[in-house]
Design a protein around this ligand. Structure first.
Ligand code: GLU
Length: 369
């Protein structure tokens, strides 16, 4: 971390760090983290906290099995009980440093819908301007399976994007990425720096949370790293097992740093980080090559379409093997798109009955993934 340049940082704290095996908040440890956050804040950094723990805290209060994760209904009830305790804990500990805490509960939908995403961005900007620290969690008590992040790693990356942050610090019960799981296989090699999250990196992940308290695991951390990379944001996985984890990281630099990509423009990075889409267009090899060299998607290269998308919905663009290569905004709805599959531009007006648009997905409204 560069101490001289002031930054906007998103700090994500997982359930296994916040909540002990007895189901109680790990208050003494949390105080040391809040002291680190307050220090950065007072030095001029802008800090946003993404905090898990509501389900784990609420499960104990309600006496639910499996840490409150036996069913979605259990998790929702546990979250609504736990969230109130979680917010007051953060608020109290930040107040000890004269910092105002602000609660924001977000669903996946809030950040996937362009207007609501911009609203969240405006709120975050205002809070940062007033030097309040937002404490963000998923709105677990209303988020159903279809509209859930389910893990706060990706939520943290999306929040960082919305806030225009410089870096994300994922505090974890592991000190970074290993090429094999260190708890099940010996001789796992620690990976200190990752240039880009490619298939070889993804293969190192394991989907489950080792503590059983959170839902994260390495897979969601790597997905978060991908979102951050596309948005031009650095992300680090660091250990939160010791006290004063931020100070410790600043001193030792132990953790896995995922380098930031070039950073697309705001609309493109929002598109790149989206997790849902309204449909899929599958294209041929010629069109894949055209997209990869910066071109727009034309009707001639389409093989099939799926989904009931409307004009301006986000769709995925897949190659013939089903691999998603781009995401973009559709210029036609699915019905009109179906009429022009595989057709040349000169044929489109007669098929559609109106003057065609310049592309099915324009290159300015598309991001390669
Ligand atoms: N939102 C969940 C909670 O507060 C945590 C999700 C996660 O484990 O990342 O309990």
């Amino acid at each position: 971390m560069n101490a001289a340049k002031r930054e906007t940082i998103v700090v994500k704290v997982g359930s296994s760090l916040l909540v002990g095996e007895d189901g109680q908040a790990r208050r003494a440890w949390l105080k040391t983290l809040v002291a680190d956050i307050a220090k950065r804040h007072q030095a001029g950094d802008k800090v946003i906290i993404v905090s898990s723990g509501s389900i784990a805290l609420g499960a104990r209060k309600l006496g639910l099995d499996h840490g409150g994760r036996a069913s979605l209904a259990d998790a929702q009830a546990a979250a609504s009980v736990g969230q109130i305790a979680l917010s007051s804990l953060w608020s109290e500990l930040l107040a000890e440093h004269q910092i105002a805490a602000a609660q924001m509960l977000l669903t996946l939908d809030d950040l996937e819908d362009r207007k609501r995403y911009l609203n969240a961005t405006a709120t975050l900007e205002k809070l940062l301007e007033h030097r309040a620290i937002a404490v963000i969690n998923e709105n677990d008590s209303v988020a159903t399976d279809e509209i859930r992040f389910g893990d706060n790693d990706r939520l943290a990356a999306r929040v960082a994007q919305a806030a225009g942050a410089d870096r994300v610090l994922l505090l974890s019960d592991i000190d970074g990425l290993y090429d094999r799981r260190p708890d099940v296989e010996t001789h796992g090699q620690f990976i200190g720096i990752v240039e880009s999250v490619d298939d070889s990196i993804l293969a190192m992940a394991d989907g489950s949370s080792s503590s059983g308290l959170g839902s994260g695991g390495m897979t969601s951390k790597l997905e978060a790293a991908k979102i951050a990379n596309l948005a031009g944001i650095e992300l680090s996985i660091i250990s939160g097992r010791e006290e004063h984890p931020l100070e410790r990281y600043a001193l030792t630099n132990v953790g896995t740093l995922f380098k930031a990509g070039d950073g697309a423009n705001a609309r493109k990075s929002w598109l790149g980080g989206r997790l849902t889409s309204a449909g899929t267009i599958t294209i041929d090899a010629g069109a894949v090559a055209a997209l990869q060299s910066g071109g727009s998607l034309l009707a001639a290269g389409i093989i099939t379409i799926d989904g009931q998308f409307e004009r301006s919905d986000v769709i995925e663009i897949n190659d013939a093997d089903g691999l998603t290569i781009a995401r973009g905004l559709a210029e036609y709805d699915a019905l009109d798109c179906a009429k022009i599959i595989g057709r040349r531009s000169s044929e489109l007006e007669a098929l559609l009955g109106y003057a065609p648009r310049s592309a099915v997905v324009h290159r300015n409204q598309m991001v390669l993934v």
